[in-house]
Design a protein around this ligand. Structure first.
Ligand SMILES: [Fe+2]
Length: 254
């Protein structure tokens, strides 16, 4: 699939990632403690505003075998959690209706979940205080997962996907907490093994999907259903470098 928008975008970078879809990235630019590269003419600054000011950051970097669209859509999709992360994020069983608002921003699109039900281990770490979660796609390849309590951001998980080849992505995962760094490190101790496990589960299913589709289909078809709330918007951007859609509200079972 041609990805027209990728030719002129900022990406999170790791010096060990040696290619970017065949293009020659501009010299790395350090901003907010991370390295960014640009795949086209250099604009003013990288999009550092997505890192909340004053929040403690914990970073993890890895590589996964996956298609870029599949990876971005997967991490923004709550529907797969009972199947791929059983007992971790949500458990199988009775589902609860959850109101979701799909909202377009000037340079992003997000799904806002009001009082989402978490039933796995992550709930016991967070407690019952999280009353809203937001999943945001920020082109070209950034995913932000926000966890809020009474309107304040308690945790942001940032996933930055950097294409290395047609079948491999560099993945930078950042955890941002409003707590002082030492406290945030202590609080995150029980959370990090769970997030690493969730990451391995997602990486395994994405690699399986890549292998299956490579073996069975000569051309990627990128099908989606009405349950894929942000999938069509992500796909539209990847095909046309344009974010479409309008604000709407739906109820899903989570
Ligand atoms: Fe997942």
């Amino acid at each position: 699939m041609p990805l027209p928008g990728l030719r002129s975008q900022w990406f999170l970078w790791n010096p060990r990632w040696t290619s970017l879809l065949g293009s020659a990235p501009s010299p790395p630019t350090p901003v907010a403690g991370r390295i960014w590269v640009h795949s086209g003419p250099r604009p003013q600054r990288p999009p550092c505003t997505l890192i909340p000011t004053g929040y403690a950051a914990i970073w993890h970097q890895t590589r996964i075998r996956a298609d870029l669209f599949d990876a971005v859509e997967n991490f923004l999709d709550p529907m797969h959690t009972p199947f791929i992360h059983p007992g971790l994020v949500r458990s199988e069983g009775a589902r609860s209706p959850t109101r979701v608002r799909i909202e377009r921003g000037p340079d992003s699109i997000e799904a806002i979940y009001e009082r989402p039900r978490h039933s796995g281990l992550i709930r016991s770490v967070f407690g019952l205080s999280i009353d809203q979660t937001r999943g945001r796609f920020r082109p070209p390849s950034l995913v932000e997962l926000d966890y809020l309590a009474q309107g304040s951001l308690r945790l942001r998980i940032l996933l930055g996907f950097t294409p290395i080849s047609s079948t491999e992505l560099g993945l930078s995962v950042g955890l941002f907490s409003p707590l002082p760094r030492v406290v945030a490190s202590l609080v995150s101790l029980p959370l990090l093994p769970l997030l690493h496990l969730a990451l391995r589960q997602d990486a395994a299913i994405l690699a399986l999907k890549l292998d299956h589709e490579s073996a069975c289909f000569s051309d990627r078809r990128y099908v989606h259903t009405p349950n894929d709330l942000l999938g069509p918007h992500i796909l539209q951007w990847m095909k046309s470098a344009r974010l479409g859609g309008r604000n709407r509200e739906v109820t899903v079972l989570l």
